[in-house]
Design a protein around this ligand. Sequence first.
Ligand code: GLA
Length: 385
Amino acid sequence: MPRNHFRQIASTTTLAALALTATSCNQASNDEIPSLHEAFEGLFLIGGTLSNSMLQDPSDPGYAIVEKHFNSLSPENCMKWGNMNPSPEVSNYDLIDSFTEYGASNNQALVGHTLFWHSQTPEWVYQDEAGKDLTRDALLARMRERATLMAEKWGDHILYWDVVNESIMSDGSWRQSKYQQIIGDDFTEQAFRIASEVLPHHAKLLYNDYNMTDAGRRDAIVAMVKDFKSKGLRIDGIGMQGHWLMDYPDTEDIAASIRAFGSTGAKVHITELDLDLLGRSSFFGADVDIKRLTANSENNPFPDGVLPSSEEHRFALRYEEIFQMLVAEAEHIERVTFWGISDKTSWLNNFPVRGRTNFALLFDRQFQPKPAFYRVLNAASKTDN
Ligand code: GLA
């Protein structure tokens, strides 16, 4: 029996007709198009994100997309340590309350992003009152305090936790972060130990990173997950961020990493999917610490937000190719989350070049589905699920 509802409601012919409508003047509205998460039912969850500005503005038009297309939700920033507690005396919890209340009322599988990351973490976290580095034990205690607070306040609502973000380098070595300097090589293990002990039993614990096709990082993560499991630690998922380019990585290499991660018994989550149409020339991956350039006519070729149809087509085909591969590897995949809602607010408008007009997601700046949207739906409809 087909598990995929979408197959019962829309044939490829219908899709082609919708796509045609969408490229003409009268674009198909959000009400008229099929739901993405329904299309992928039985394969994997489809997620999106809520930015701080959306959480502050319930009238944001992006909510119509969130409610129709996503059955999982991640917060872009509000749960990061620096947002929550920019200083020890300040506690910004309102946006997290809004995020969890909203997601729970929509029955969306919520992601706690992220417990421990070297970036967007204020200096005070690593210091005592005199401004001196904490001892290993004191930093571990502070991490436990944060995880305990998360569990007590929002643990009931959150299904997936990104426990550690980006602690492994592309050659497989540990990142020399402040956490690492103070705690040592077992920072990531200690973080999972704390999360295993403190977070509720229903929660699934993930390690999350970028450039997951790099062989050194991939192999180190596989070894790490096996090691943690052999020590009785909970580690249920591996998050591949998926900030990908038009020509990199090769889908075959992504598939190879998905299979390698799947072989550990952990589920793969594509946690932050977007495609950088404009590219990064010499920049690779999504290292948020790299120096940003400023937009100019060379690196910002479509400032009015309209793509030539050949570029739109190229973008749509790349999304289709990626989703065809994800569908083929679906047995290993639990969730695919887009990092953002529409091109209007994608972080790629400011990374790695500030202030350019980039193209990254399935919905355009007017919140209309792009040709890539239909290509992605098409990938879902071509399965035997
Ligand atoms: C990393 C983080 C995300 C986000 C992106 C950039 O991938 O995991 O939270 O900050 O960078 O938007």
